[in-house]
Write a protein that binds this ligand. Structure first.
Ligand code: NAD
Length: 490
């Protein structure tokens, strides 16, 4: 069993020296306006808010707080671009602009990763190796489709929708922006994108990339602000399509607002995925997969493996190995290249996670946390597991969005499937077994948009992503992601 005393033994007897990522190469303004019609402009009502580094609680910059007047201005700019230069442009030319965005993101990858980690709290290793490369890959992938839509929808004509209103959360700010903007542009639409309140900076940097890539003014508009601006975008009569990624609660409100309108929509919402470990699985790999599934990005992942269903005969072994592995995870400075778990994104999110730790204990669950030291400033949560929990517990049913894993056991295959399916969500899942036939059987039986086998949290722009049940409506990514941005005719 790992303890602070023998912790050094797990790292081979050595503590890691700090390996901080340099921040010399980034430039951030003290204040950012709204990116409308190709320029940064002040918000109509002159209001700004701070964006904070969650690892230090220090202010990084100030960003504009868009009102409904600004939303109106951005939608009108997007409409004018759609009716103008962008709408008239040949698809192959459109593709060139999207390729250019992809290449500039690659060129500025170090800058993007550092800003993502500063603003959002995620470890630099993740923003550098996952968020930024995948964001560029999305633009590359959809750039290729721009002049090939007739092959994407054989025998049908695909026409663009018009202006897309896009609203994204704080857990993958640049990546979610690319999931939204790239397919919309490839299909010939123009966009108004609203990033989340706590992580606006990489979206504003993306606005700079859009300007550097020479896109006609108004094709991409980026407006920072709160849910008020998001709601104004959803309600705006000049918007033809809403693409939303965020919580199920807000998704529900948006769906109500859109009911009875002609607006097309996709909703990518919450999740409570189960990793199912059968006794015949490669246990060490499975433990690594669990760690990756829930502690990766502080558990701020919609498809996080926040539940573990482990076959009873190997449960003790898996839990012991998991506890040992948790002891070796480094929690701390997101800009340190050794860090495994960074800062919780905001004080509100930390409060929510802590309230669930209390609920879990009150429900009778047994809580275990790693013994790591936490930095004095900033928002942090130790990797946490709960055992002794049952299916009806909130810790098993609710999305927590933090590094908190609820562990249950099962004896038979059908019990595992029943438990995995028994939540309101259906976004993702994982299965770990030595038997290919079992993989096919389980993946058919689980109602979730993506299920990984003997791995977890793997993404690719060519594969569709989206949820069943309360995890959402529609798909993003791949060919399916194009369908969400076109009208199909005969
Ligand atoms: P959130 O729903 O609170 O906010 C998401 C975005 O919606 C923000 O930009 C916010 O300003 C905006 N918003 C808030 N109220 C609004 C309203 N009334 N109308 C329109 N927009 C409004 O979610 P969050 O806390 O930022 O993100 C976490 C959630 O996102 C989790 O539930 C997570 O599972 C989900 N998520 C889902 C996916 C997916 O692909 N399914 C991906 C990432 C995150």
């Amino acid at each position: 069993m790992a303890t602070p005393e023998n912790k050094l033994a797990f790292s081979g007897g050595w503590e890691y020296d700090p390996a901080p990522q340099s921040t010399d190469h980034i430039t951030l303004n003290k204040r950012y306006g709204l990116f409308i019609n190709g320029d940064f402009v002040p918000p109509a009502r002159g209001r700004y808010f701070d964006t904070i580094n969650p690892a230090t609680e220090e202010k990084i910059s100030r960003v504009a707080d868009a009102s409904s007047d600004d939303v109106d201005k951005a939608v009108k700019a997007a409409r004018a671009a759609y009716n103008g230069a962008w709408g008239r442009m040949k698809p192959a030319e459109r593709g060139k602009y999207i390729y250019r965005i992809a290449r500039i993101i690659q060129e500025r990858a170090r800058e993007f990763s550092v800003i993502e980690s500063l603003d959002g709290g995620k470890p630099i290793r993740e923003s550098r190796d996952i968020d930024v490369p995948l964001a560029a890959a999305h633009f590359f992938y959809y750039a290729g489709w721009a002049d090939k839509l007739e092959y994407a929808f054989p025998g049908r004509t695909a026409r663009s929708l018009g202006v897309a209103g896009q609203i994204i959360p704080w857990n993958f700010p640049l990546l979610m922006a690319s999931w939204k903007i790239a397919p919309a542009l490839a299909c010939g639409n123009t966009v108004v994108l609203k990033p989340a309140e706590t992580t606006p900076l990489t979206a504003l940097k993306l606005a700079e990339v859009v300007a550097d890539a020479g896109l006609p003014p108004g094709v991409v508009n980026i407006i920072t602000g709160s849910g008020v601006a998001g709601a104004a975008l959803v309600e705006h009569p000049g918007v033809d399509k809403i693409a939303f990624t965020g919580s199920t609660n807000v998704g529900r409100m948006i769906q109500k607002t859109l009911a009875g309108t002609n607006k097309k929509y996709t909703l990518e919402l919450g999740g409570k995925a189960a990793n199912i470990i059968f006794a015949d699985a490669a246990i060490d790999e499975a433990v690594e997969g669990i760690v990756n599934g829930i502690f990766f990005n502080q558990g701020h992942v919609c498809c996080a493996g926040s539940r573990l269903l482990v076959q009873e005969s190997v449960a003790d072994e898996v839990i012991a190995k998991l506890k040992d592995r948790m002891e070796t995870l480094i929690v701390g400075d997101p800009l340190d290249k050794n860090t495994d778990i960074g800062a919780i994104n905001s004080p509100m999110q930390l409060e929510k996670i802590e309230s669930y730790l209390k609920i879990g204990r009150e429900e009778g669950g047994e809580m275990h946390q790693s013994s790591c030291r936490l930095p004095k400033k900033g928002y942090w949560c130790r990797p946490t597991i709960f055992t002794g929990v049952s299916q009806s517990n909130r810790i098993v049913q609710d999305e927590i969005f933090g590094p908190v894993l609820a562990i249950q056991t099962f004896r038979r295959y059908d019990e595992a499937v029943m438990k995995a399916n028994n939540t309101p969500y259906g976004l993702s899942g994982g299965v770990w077994t030595d038997k290919g036939a079992k993989i096919f059987k389980v993946t058919q039986a689980i109602r979730a948009g993506v299920i990984w086998a003997n791995t977890f949290n793997k993404f690719d722009p060519t594969s569709p992503f989206g949820g069943y049940k309360e995890s959402g409506v529609g798909r993003e990514g791949g060919l399916h992601g194009l369908g969400a941005y076109v009208k199909l005719g005969a």
